[in-house]
Design a protein. Structure first.
Length: 199
């Protein structure tokens, strides 16, 4: 039941984009088309999940035993930057068109606060299950990271679909572009608040 609660909470209730507002820069920058939003979602999903695994292990078996917790942020950013470089190299080889479409936003995954936010949350925040608070074990941490990245992808793809739909409709001139996008995302955030009664 704990894993189910983690999944529902991370995807819907505490969505990293729509409830915590982390990772907004690539969210607004790459969500013009569903295809680029899907590619970015996949890249972010890979980086969040793998970064969480590596940073959890580094924290548990290196930083904490040696009393180096103060180096968490630096160590985590180095891990994330390395993983983003791997994603960039692989995408350039496998899908040059997607690599070109993502442009500058692909290397910006390194500075995407959603990735670092999940890595830090997993090792520092206590989660409450059945009335008792405790730190996540490795399995729960991985489920949380994967569910959070899926929530990121769902929000990004839904938003891209809405932006594509809006592009084909008449929008009053003062609201065209970023203003209607911000109005749309704020309405999505309010809609996702409805899920807060689930957990």
């Amino acid at each position: 039941m704990e894993y189910f609660a983690i999944i529902i909470s991370a995807i819907f209730v505490n969505n990293i984009l729509l409830a915590q507002f982390l990772g907004i820069c690539p969210f607004l920058g790459v969500s013009n088309k569903i295809s680029t939003a899907t590619g970015m979602s996949g890249a972010v999903c890979f980086v969040i999940t793998l970064a969480t695994l590596v940073t959890y292990l580094i924290n548990q078996y290196l930083l904490v035993p040696f009393g180096l917790e103060f180096l968490q942020t630096i160590a985590f950013i180095l891990v994330i930057a390395s993983l983003v470089q791997i994603v960039e190299i692989v995408l350039k080889k496998i899908s040059p068109s997607l690599y070109q479409a993502l442009g500058i936003f692909l290397p910006l995954i390194t500075t995407n606060c959603a990735v670092l936010g999940v890595a830090i949350t997993v090792v520092t925040k206590e989660f409450t299950f059945g009335g008792t608070a405790h730190m996540l074990n490795l399995g729960q941490a991985m489920v949380y990271a994967l569910a959070t990245s899926v929530g990121y992808g769902i929000a990004m793809i839904l938003f891209a679909g809405l932006r594509e739909h809006l592009a084909g409709n008449e929008v009053p001139k003062p609201f065209r572009g970023l203003p209607i996008a911000l109005i749309t995302v704020s309405m999505m955030a309010m809609a996702f608040l409805g899920f807060s009664g689930m957990v």
